[in-house]
Write a protein that binds this ligand. Structure first.
Ligand SMILES: C[S@@+](CC[C@H](N)C(=O)[O-])C[C@H]1O[C@@H](n2cnc3c(N)ncnc32)[C@H](O)[C@@H]1O
Length: 239
């Protein structure tokens, strides 16, 4: 959606995480429909994840790492919520190929801590919690740079149709405006994702899974952005 006067263009940050931003989030919530659809998709095509390196953005209740870590080469999780991180550390204690870190995905200063290339990056809410367009774009460039050739960035239709409306009772992005009316500008939309993917060398395809119907009948297709071979030599910008 076009923004009036570049409302969300540049938050002026990045800003540091404070205790207000890292509070409870989704550690006690059920797995989202979006993530359940991604789990079903990966289960249905094991060759996509077995032996692969996976970056999971938004650890939530730790169900996704628990589901796949035994088959993965490595699981790396990111969360903005300390209680989510604590739950992950309990659930995945002693699992050597699983780690998670506290990081704001829209903060380029965090990217140096996310090392190596990934075969899969999962983020159900790519733009939904963004502080601004500038840092969202920077995050997408970073994700594209971290994918192996033919690697995939996976999200869902419901995720690209949702924007955070400023609920500060859960962990949230520093620098994000909390006026509920801003939420609609955090809705990415499939067409914008496709255009952005083209610019970054990522080709979009949509896949329906067995859990692709939400209760209200909305579409929850899994959206898969596959890195073109021509993007192989691209160096990450500053991270
Ligand atoms: C809607 S919940 C989804 C949780 C889980 N992935 C699922 O689908 O069930 C959003 C997730 O994104 C994380 N999150 C929100 N803003 C973030 C940010 N700026 N940086 C990193 N993680 C963030 C939250 O901590 C939470 O894990």
């Amino acid at each position: 959606m076009p923004q009036p006067d570049g409302l969300l263009e540049d938050c002026g940050g990045p800003f540091d995480l404070t205790p207000d931003h890292t509070i409870s989030s989704f550690e006690s919530q059920p797995t989202s429909e979006a993530e359940a659809a991604i789990i079903a998709f990966l289960r249905s095509e094991p060759q996509r994840h077995v032996g692969k390196r996976l970056l999971h953005v938004g650890v939530g209740n730790s169900s996704l790492p628990f589901e796949f870590v035994a088959d993965l080469a490595e699981y790396v999780g990111i969360t903005i919520s300390l209680p989510e991180l604590e739950l992950f550390e309990q659930e995945c204690a002693g699992i050597e190929n699983a780690s998670a870190m506290l990081a704001n995905k829209y903060d380029p200063r965090a990217y140096a801590g996310i090392t190596g290339q990934f075969d899969i990056i999962i983020d159900t809410v790519l733009k939904s919690y963004a502080c601004c367009e500038k840092h969202f774009d920077r995050m997408m460039e970073f994700f594209a740079s971290k994918l192996t050739i033919r690697g995939t960035l996976i999200t869902t239709e419901s995720g690209v149709q949702w924007g955070w409306k400023g609920n500060t009772k859960r962990a949230y992005t520093p620098g994000a405006q909390i006026d509920p009316s801003i939420g609609k500008y955090r809705v990415l939309g499939r067409d914008n994702l496709e255009r952005l993917g083209e610019r970054l060398g990522l080709a979009l395809s949509a896949v329906k899974t067995s859990v692709s119907k939400l209760e209200d009948g909305a579409d929850d297709s899994v959206l898969v952005l596959t890195k073109n071979e021509s993007q192989a030599g691209r160096a990450p910008r500053g991270g």
